[in-house]
Design a binder for this molecule. Structure first.
Ligand code: CO8
Length: 292
C-alpha cells in the first residue's frame, strides 16, 4: 500500500513513511503522513492519496517544516500519473490544522519572513493540478482554514469550525484568507470573520458556500475518500482541464473565463479519452480511460 517505490513518488513516500523531524519548537515531533493508495472502509481506493497532517500536540499547527514537507509531497503526487485525487486531513478529531505555529510565528520579523519566504509554498500548493479535497474534523483556523480553502473541495464534520482568528493575535491573514474567504462567502460575511476572528460552525460555513459537504464526524474521511474516488474515476486530462477552468473563474473577467473554458474544451477533443468516453456512452458500456 504505502511502500510503492516508483520514481515519481519515491521521495514523497520516503518522507511520508519515515516522516518525523523537528518542528520550530525543537521538541515537538512533526509528521505529514501519506497513504497511497488510500484505504477506505471497503479497502484500497485506486488513484486516491490520503495526506495526513500529524502534529497532535499542537493541534496539527502548520510550522514551516510541515508546510515544506506537505508542499513537496503534494508536488510529488501531482507528478505521478497514477494519482488522480488527493485528500488532505488532520490527525485526530480536534483539528484539521489550528493555523500557523504561533510559537514559530511569534519570533518572526519582516526581514525573516521576507528572506525565508515560506509563504511562497502556498502558491505552489495552489498550482497543484490534481484535485485536492480537504477532510476537516475540528478546527480549521488561520493557516488551517487557508489550507482548506486552497483545496478544491472541503468535506467537513458537523462539529468542525472555520475561521481567520489572526486579528486576535494582532496580525491578519497572510496566506490567502482575505482573498479566498471573500471570494467564497462574499465581502459582508468575510469582513466580519476577518475583523473579529469569530469562527464559523460547519453548518454556517456550508450555508455560506465554503463547503462541499457536511457529514457526521466519524464519516468525514470516508465521505472525502468517496468523493475523491468519484473524481479519480473520471478522465484524468479532462479533470485537470476542468479544475483549471473553474479556478480561472476567480482570476479573470467572465469573457476571459469563457474564452479559457472554450479553449480547454476544444483541446480535449484531441484526447483519446474524449473518443473513448463518447464511444462508451453510445455503446452503452463503461469507458476505459487512458489518461491521454
Ligand atoms: N500554534 C501552536 N500551537 C498551537 C496552536 C497554534 N496555532 N493551536 C493550538 N496549539 C497548541 C496549544 O498551545 C496547546 O499546547 P499546550 O498543550 O502545549 O499548551 C495545544 O495545541 C492544545 O491547544 P488548546 O489547549 O488551546 O486547545 P483547546 O481545545 O482549548 O482550543 C483552539 C483549540 C480553539 C484551536 C485553540 O488552540 C486556538 O485558538 N488555537 C489558535 C488558533 C489560531 O489563532 N490560529 C491562527 C494562527 S496564525 C495563522 O494561522 C497565520 C497564518 C499565516 C500563514 C501561514 C504560513 C506558514
Amino acid at each position: 500500500m504505502t511502500e510503492r517505490a516508483d520514481s515519481t513518488t519515491a521521495s514523497a513516500m520516503s518522507n511520508a513513511t519515515s516522516g518525523s523531524m523537528s518542528s520550530g519548537t525543537g521538541d515537538d515531533p512533526m509528521t505529514v503522513r501519506l497513504t497511497f493508495p488510500a484505504v477506505g472502509d471497503a479497502g484500497q481506493v485506486p488513484g486516491v492519496a490520503l495526506v495526513t497532517l500529524d502534529r497532535p500536540r499542537a493541534l496539527n499547527a502548520l510550522d514551516f517544516a510541515t508546510i515544506a514537507r506537505l508542499t513537496d509531497m503534494l508536488e510529488a503526487l501531482d507528478a505521478d500519473p497514477d494519482c488522480r485525487a488527493i485528500v488532505i486531513t488532520g490527525a485526530g478529531d480536534r483539528a484539521f490544522a489550528a493555523g500557523a505555529d504561533i510559537r514559530e510565528l511569534a519570533v518572526q520579523t519582516p526581514t525573516s519572513l521576507s528572506r525565508d519566504n515560506h509563504f511562497h509554498r502556498w502558491e505552489r500548493i495552489a498550482k497543484i493540478r490534481t484535485p485536492l479535497i480537504a477532510a476537516v474534523r475540528g478546527a480549521a483556523l488561520g493557516g488551517g482554514c487557508e489550507l482548506a480553502m486552497t483545496c478544491d473541495m472541503i468535506v467537513a464534520a458537523d462539529d468542525a469550525t472555520f475561521g481567520q482568528p489572526e486579528i486576535r493575535l494582532g496580525v491578519m491573514p497572510g496566506a490567502g484568507g482575505t482573498q479566498r474567504l471573500t471570494r467564497a462567502i462574499g465581502k459582508a460575511r468575510a469582513m466580519e470573520l476577518v475583523l473579529t476572528g469569530r469562527p464559523m460552525t460547519a453548518p454556517e460555513a456550508y450555508a455560506a458556500g465554503l463547503l462541499t459537504r457536511v457529514v457526521p464526524g466519524a464519516q468525514v474521511i470516508a465521505a472525502a475518500l468517496g468523493l475523491a474516488a468519484e473524481v479519480a474515476a473520471m478522465a484524468p486530462v479532462a479533470v485537470r482541464a476542468a479544475k483549471e477552468a473553474v479556478l480561472h473563474a476567480a482570476e479573470v473577467s467572465l469573457s476571459a473565463g469563457l474564452e479559457f473554458e472554450r479553449r480547454n474544451f476544444y483541446l480535449l477533443f484531441d484526447t483519446e479519452d474524449m473518443h473513448e468516453g463518447t464511444a462508451a456512452f453510445l455503446e452503452k458500456r463503461q469507458p476505459a480511460w487512458k489518461g491521454r
